[in-house]
Design a protein around this ligand. Sequence first.
Ligand code: SF4
Length: 342
Amino acid sequence: MSAKPSISDQLLAWYDANARVLPWRAPPGSNAADPYRVWLSEVMLQQTTVAAVTPRFEAWVARWPDFASLAAASEEEVMGAWAGLGYYARARNLVACARAVAARGGFPTTEAELRQLPGIGDYTAAAVAAIAFGQRAVAIDANVARVVARLFALADKAEVPAHADRITPDLRAGDFAQAMMDLGATVCTPRGPRCLLCPLRTECRGFAGGMPEAFPARAAKKARPTRHGTIFWLERDGRILLVRRPPKGLLGGMRALPTGAWADAPPGLAGAPAAAGWRLLEDEVTHVFTHFRLECRLAAASIAAQEVHAEGEWWLIADLGAAGLPTLFARAAQLFGRERWG
Ligand code: SF4
């Protein structure tokens, strides 16, 4: 009688037949993944969905196909190309990492060395070491943690890494990591896992217990505080005032519409970029950041050229789409536009 296949064997057989085709991936069983593309995709996919990342990834690699071209790009260009993907520290780290790779003469191949690079934490280092370099490394993102917690019916998330390590094979560690990601994204989904389609069903203690969704146990959510701000639309001769946000802090270094400081109560016109006949619009923009929810009033004014003393760049309104505004400001600009042109 032949031995029962291991969890990794069963998962890899499923992956061979069901792997998602993604532009940064090599087909199952091949070792041809491009480290640059693997690294870039892993950074882009932190906090962002595959559907949102895929077109942005294609445009990015068409513009910067390798570490050397990205290292030579200006931070401003890169931040502009990142606009709308959120969590902007990732974009700054991409440039810093590409420059560090150029300076050291190549991308390192071990998990420990990868972790030394800007923006590469434990998960990304393990994922890149496994997927791009075929090393045995245990990459645990939210999808993988969920699958492991259900497989072993773990009430405590702290037990996930040891169990994930135990089922990671020595060979095909990169395919195994991607197979776990695919299983978590397409079968063992947060709600309504499709256990009847799952290759690990007979191994799964969560399924056997009849309540796979109970794992992992959910932590109580902390309430997010609300902060307030005002976004200013200052117009002059078909141009609009844009500023660069301070390098540190929220949306640091991004081109933006002027704002005052965020406050605990609506700050009115405090922090307006110039004295002008400001008019507050009815519409508000709300944006949810990791640590707080931001509610912004919108204030608009027009001035004549000779009245201008504001610092920043006067951007042609017709070209605003090319300014690379983060989502909060792009949505505000849309509302200002709707108010202006109906
Ligand atoms: Fe997830 Fe269900 Fe598969 Fe268990 S059987 S790993 S709960 S999809």
